[in-house]
Design a binder for this molecule. Structure first.
Ligand code: F3S
Length: 398
């Protein structure tokens, strides 16, 4: 990979340890993937924040970089393993909290914004059309590429951090237009009535598209919450972190429909629910907010919980960014949700919090949430927000 004189100096350590280490990572990646050069990025989103996933080795790596590393571009964080303020209320133990706080301290020292969310685009890390960025979280990467029309590969935690310290990333993969051409036409005839149907749609397309780039027609309109749910699901269950959706993706009209064509019908959506849902009725955990809740979703939750109480046998979490929670505070939603016995899980989520062994069965609106809950040994139910709230109130899925 070609390096400018300045980049050579960075690689030789003239800007310190963190930049040298970062350049080594970026050059190695560039060589593996055949990149010709580094390109500037407008922002970075770093995954690998939960101590649950990092462990002591990851913490040590971060502390080394934090000694002299300062990010050069706007950099935000993916969810951590706990609510950074309210962790005790979520049942997180002291030892874990201590380590998680050390992880956050390291990121803070690097100049990273302690946002801890997988929806950076809801809190100001919002790229512009065509901008190159280096993001890690798969749902956010898919949203950036497909809804905003920015350009990013699905970075690993270390490569995203490296891009933040250098302000650049190797130009390969989805940074190149030739790799952003749709290669499977997906005609959607299924009717999508509730938020979780978008998760089911993502499951169906992800499975059928098998690492191809879908060119999706037949969808009349889509709201932001539906798109963020779809982005999370389609990439979790199979396709590349990029799709073209008629009426949504900027530049859709610049592409021809690919020859290979599949159709997604009502029966496919039903089948997806069948695969995602287990045969269970008792629910001891309900989590809404995968990807992290928007303020609109929180308003809907508050409306459904007015004058109601969460079952004593069920834990109810609303996962969101701290910034969105602050909006919920001022608009009175927090009072209603907490008054009903619900808990806010800011800065964290159902996949990266240490939940293994704590709950038996989860209900959620999210197909991706079900995927990761199964990895945490939970049985899963995906349904509408109304169905999830009923489960939280009664402790049963009906
Ligand atoms: Fe976000 Fe966690 Fe879901 S990172 S997309 S809430 S698994």
């Amino acid at each position: 990979m070609y390096l400018t004189e300045k980049e050579e100096k960075m690689l030789n350590g003239e800007e310190g340890y963190a930049v040298r280490k970062s350049m080594e990572i970026l050059v190695a990646l560039g060589d593996i993937y055949g990149a010709e050069q580094l390109i500037k990025v407008g922002s970075v989103q770093v995954a690998g924040v939960s101590y649950h996933n990092l462990g002591d080795a990851g913490l040590e790596f971060l502390n080394e970089l934090a000694k002299d590393g300062k990010v050069k571009v706007l950099t935000t964080l993916n969810p951590a393993g706990m609510d950074l303020e309210n962790w005790k209320n979520l049942g997180i133990d002291e030892d874990f909290a201590e380590k998680q706080n050390l992880v956050i301290d390291a990121f803070r020292k690097m100049g990273i914004i302690i946002s801890c969310t997988c929806t950076p685009y809801l809190i100001g890390n919002l790229p512009i059309y065509g901008e190159h960025v280096a993001w890690s979280e798969s749902s956010a990467v898919t949203f950036a590429n497909s809804v905003i029309g920015a350009k990013t590969n699905r970075e690993g935690g270390p490569s995203a951090l490296a891009a933040a310290f250098v302000g650049k990333t190797p130009c390969y993969g989805l940074h190149l237009d030739e790799n952003r051409v749709p290669d499977i036409h997906v005609q959607v005839t299924a009717s999508l009535k509730k938020l979780s149907d978008w998760g089911a749609l993502g499951y169906s397309i992800g499975k059928k598209a098998e690492n191809k780039i879908p060119y999706i027609t037949g969808i009349k309109d889509a709201e932001l919450d539906e798109l963020k749910s779809f982005c999370a699901s389609v990439v979790t269950y199979g396709s590349k972190p990029l799709f073209y959706m008629q009426g949504i993706t900027p530049g859709f009209e610049n592409h021809q429909p690919p020859k290979e064509k599949i159709t997604i019908e009502d029966k496919d959506i039903k089948e997806a629910y069948g695969k995602i849902n287990d045969e269970i009725t008792d629910i001891d955990f309900v989590c809404i907010g995968c990807p992290h809740c928007s303020i609109k979703e929180i308003a809907e939750i508050a409306e459904l919980l007015k004058n109601r109480k969460i079952s004593p046998n069920t834990e109810f979490w609303v996962a969101c960014s701290r910034m969105v929670k602050q909006l919920a505070d001022t608009r009175g939603y927090t009072e209603i949700i907490e008054g009903a016995g619900g808990k806010f899980a800011c800065d964290t989520c159902m996949a990266v919090a240490p939940l293994k062994g704590r709950f038996r069965a989860v209900a959620t609106t999210s197909a991706k949430g079900c995927y990761y809950s199964r990895q945490n040994n939970m049985m899963t139910k995906m349904g509408s927000l109304e169905e999830c709230i009923e489960a939280a109130v009664s402790g049963k899925w009906s």
